[in-house]
Design a protein around this ligand. Sequence first.
Ligand code: PHB
Length: 400
Amino acid sequence: MKNKRFERRDFLKGAAAAGAGLALPGRVLSQTAAKIKLGLMLPYTGTYAPLGVAIENGFRLALAESGGRLGGREVEFYKVDDESEPAKATDNVNRLVTRDKVDVVIGTVHSGVAAAMIRVTKESGTLHIIPNAGVGAATGALCAPNIVRTSFSNWQPGYAMGAVLAQRKSVRNVVTLTWRYAAGEESMKGFKDGYSKGGGTIAKELWIPFPNVEFQALLTEIASVKPDAVYSFFAGGGAAKFLRDYAQAGLKDKIPLVGPGFLTDGVLEAAGPSAQGIETCLHYADNLNTRRDNDFRAAYAKAYRMQPDVYAVQGYDSGLLLAAALKSVNGSIDDRKAVVAAMEKVTVDSPRGRWRLSKAHNPVQDIYLRKVVGTENKYVGVAVKALDDDPASIAACKMS
Ligand code: PHB
């Protein structure tokens, strides 16, 4: 089946021919250029649904700020709910790439789903922006010129949290408890890398399948091991439930709970008092109090009547990066090489602070230490400045 883009091109060719050699004025060209097709593949149901919504909101805000156009061209959205379900991921991404023939795929949240998407977009060469999933391979063994990540690698916040705890002489042994899938495993590796550098040891590794939230037996085990701290990766609805269960088990005031910032971002309302005082590391905090962040937060709150979180920032930055690159290539999204080269040159003026893509297309960024106070993940300080990815991932990326 012919897609719209080609029909438009045929029309353009015809129009040029009809003009008998007269060049069409640029203004007319940009008005008649086909719409850019944006494929959003995000979770709109399940434990990560609020994350998908925040990413889309952030992206749409950036788009609105560039006048609703990218590189002067109108856009149209194609959406798929990936349900954070790896088994459905290949079919879902093919809906966008093969059926809808989108110009760019934006997705997703879950590392396992993202890994399946990458296999498809790497093969098809479709531009692919990852606005959350931290799976190391995306910017490691599976890296590709057409794939960029605007969020983080799972290793990054984990490493920073480990480095922070390593400096605390009172915290010598830690139990880790995370969902067992790529994000939990890689977050935990980052934590271990940062923490063991300072001589700390992991007393025990506990796991629970994604997206299970039956924590009781594991909390009983933590109480019996009595570590100096617990490190956990959970996010979305599952994180809120975990925070409540941890407090209800009587552990909150006895054994400090830490984690990557996903543990407390976007879940403070649902977690209530059980989140108070929890320290985490992340590339965003709620009160950075920079002009850039304050402007973003005001605009987001006005547009959506709620406060943004890290996922909203990542969606917003995906829009900023794409808008900046397409502006510099005048909307020629078919020239993929030029678009990617432009992305590689962009310094994203993000609410989180300025960042750029590494050679492997992962953000190099400051990671902050934060603490939950009231309804905010309050900035405490910079845990690690300008952190790149896991050296093992960097070495595994062979861009070709
Ligand atoms: C992931 O699967 O990579 C993931 C999901 C949710 C988060 C962070 C990472 O909050």
